[in-house]
Design a protein around this ligand. Structure first.
Ligand code: CAO
Length: 560
């Protein structure tokens, strides 16, 4: 039994590839070629395989470490390796030792097809055409060419991704072996390719080329390039090897097709996702077999940035409501929401999440009020208006608010200060086809019932015609939400923060009320007062609502 240090093999010259996952732990038994860690460079995601089977006795790396060829990964206690020396000390193994362990290295032998074309003049132009083939991809079979990442005329740097290949198990990016300009694509997306198939022609500098042609690789024969459009004229055979002219197999080590969360994405997309801080599992892939493309990631980020934060998730650790594909259950008709609806949603979420709400209920006996209102009908008609319970509600609220000023105060300075207001502007929720708006009636306490009545009609009309000006929706100290004209026996309105209280008004109805000796029919108006319990206590709310009920039950009290 000997201790063996397993090191990073040739990873295509990538320096400082980051450890993104450690797949084994001390004490684990690893088999030959079992993946030990996952490294990611800016071009590829690579699983580093065990070059020895044995028990892991030491892990030399941690997530976040930057590794290069030859750096130690793990130490294993290997069985039966009689020829190997014991390695008692932890140290990096020389690259030459480690590369022998990398299964990806072998395809770099001279039977591979790389490629230097001789079509270009070797002279004055000082450029030459290089044909870039599919490198060793770890399989003899065909793989799908799913994406072409470059186009003719494009200037690229050595290492830039040229194409994306995909097998059943892996997605691979083929990096450019040299810097240059793409002259011609020899393949198209959607075809099947295999090692040796010419991908494209690259115009490179003669200097760069000559450095590469010192060790030029043989070109694939026609039979090994089943889908290539390359011709003998454009692909000149060479007998030597050309490591610089062909992508290193290790540099395109396959990225696992789908990770533990089932995400299917290439290394560049994974890297980008990490940079954006996007959990890839949340991105819907539009590529073949659901593969997440860069475009998908961009679309996801764009959408996330344009969405109001509280639309589906409040943040603060509150889990978002999952998206549901309703079309699975029947016909649907998705409609974009109006700006007003989305704004209301934001405001409601903000108030709901920030304000500890309590709602208190009571009924006001408005029998006399209704009789009085009915008596005003003829006069209202003469004035060219009509009078609903709303102006009476506004007036009664203004009186009760002035008597209970805390109900029209607001918190400030992060809760350090309570701002009392000497004015009495009241907001009135208006239901419009376009959404909910809350125009504000100013100085309600100083206006007559007739004035209030006219203003209710005017502001409700402006709201429905989308003609309210911003200042007509600002400055409220309290709100009334009346569903009385619509129906319902009670509801719990959401405080229109930074206000601290809101009155919900439901539909009045005739109820039997015990008068001490008998039941008598009375018109009862259900009221619900929601309040911010950080500011308003039950006692404050109880006093306010009781006074409001008294005012509505006997409107003479409004002038007292
Ligand atoms: N009980 C019984 N009847 C009532 C009533 C009540 N509480 N309140 C109003 N009514 C009657 C009115 O008297 C009127 O009847 P008549 O025409 O016979 O007189 C009818 O209902 C319709 O009134 P209205 O709603 O047009 O007028 P309003 O002054 O009472 O209310 C406004 C004006 C703008 C508040 C109202 O039209 C409205 O938009 N309400 C919806 C508010 C809302 O959406 N709140 C929810 C916010 S949170 O989602």
């Amino acid at each position: 039994m000997t201790n063996k240090t397993i090191t990073v093999p040739d990873i295509g010259g990538a320096e400082g590839a980051e450890v993104v996952e450690v797949l084994v732990a001390v004490g684990d038994r690893v088999e030959l070629e079992q993946s030990l860690i996952v490294l990611e460079s800016d071009k590829a995601s690579m699983e580093i395989p065990a070059s020895e089977a044995g028990d892991v006795v030491e892990i030399r790396v941690a997530v976040g470490d930057q590794l290069s060829e030859g750096d130690a990964v793990v130490v294993v206690k290997a069985a039966g390796a009689a020829s190997e020396a014991e390695e008692p000390q932890a140290q990096s193994t020389p690259a030459s030792q480690s590369t022998a362990a990398a299964p990806q290295q072998e395809p770099m032998a001279s039977d591979q097809q790389a490629t230097q074309s001789a079509t270009a003049s070797e002279s004055a132009a000082a450029t030459t055409i290089m044909v870039v083939p599919v490198p060793d991809i770890g399989t003899d079979g065909d793989v799908d060419l799913v994406e072409i990442a470059v186009e003719p005329g494009q200037r690229i740097e050595e290492g830039d991704s040229l194409v994306v290949l995909e097998s059943d198990k892996a997605s691979m990016e083929v990096p450019s072996p040299a810097s240059g300009t793409v002259v011609k694509l020899l393949v198209e997306a959607g075809i099947a390719v295999r090692e040796g198939v010419a991908l494209l022609e690259l115009e490179v500098s003669a200097r760069q080329s000559s450095a590469q042609t010192d060790a030029q690789a043989a070109v694939a024969d026609a039979s090994s390039a089943p889908v290539s459009e390359s011709t003998p004229e454009t692909v000149a055979a060479a007998e030597s090897t050309a490591p610089a002219a062909k992508p290193s197999a290790a540099a395109v080590v396959s990225d696992v097709a789908s990770d533990a969360s089932g995400v299917y994405a290439g290394p560049a997309v994974r890297k980008l996702a990490r940079e954006f801080g996007v959990p890839l599992a949340q991105v819907t892939g539009s590529g073949p077999r659901g593969r997440v493309l860069k475009e998908d990631l961009h679309a996801f980020v764009k959408k996330a940035l344009s969405q109001p934060p509280a639309a589906t998730s409040s943040g603060a650790g509150i889990p978002p409501i999952p998206e549901v594909d309703f079309a699975k259950f029947g016909a649907t008709d998705p409609q974009p929401r109006s700006r007003l609806d989305k704004l209301t949603a934001d405001n409601m979420s903000r108030a709901w999440l920030n304000v500890p709400h309590v709602t208190q209920f009571d009924d006001a006996d408005i029998t006399d009020l209704e009789a009085f209102r009915a008596s005003l009908k003829a006069e209202a008609e003469r004035r060219g208006t009509k009078i609903t319970p709303m102006p009476f509600l506004l007036k009664a609220c203004s009186v009760a608010l002035n008597a209970n000023p805390k109900l029209k105060a607001s918190l400030a300075d992060g809760g350090e200060t309570l701002v009392y207001k000497h004015y009495c502007h009241i907001g009135m929720a208006v239901d419009t086809p376009n959404g909910l708006v809350v125009p504000v009636i100013r100085d309600v306490d100083q206006k007559s019932i007739w004035e209030l009545s006219e203003e209710v009609i005017e502001l409700a009309g402006l709201a429905r015609d989308k003609k309210l000006k911003p200042d007509q929706m600002q400055g409220g100290v309290f709100s009334i939400s009346s569903l009385g004209g619509i129906g319902g026996r009670g509801f719990t309105p959401i405080v229109n923060s930074p206000e601290v209280a809101i009155l919900g008004v439901s539909k009045a109805s005739t109820q039997p009320v015990w008068d001490g000796s008998q039941f008598v029919p009375r018109t009862m108006l259900p009221l619900s007062l929601s309040y911010d319990h950080r500011v308003i206590n039950g006692g404050d709310a109880g006093r306010f609502l009781t006074q409001l009920v008294e005012l509505l039950s006997d409107i003479r009290r409004m002038v007292m």
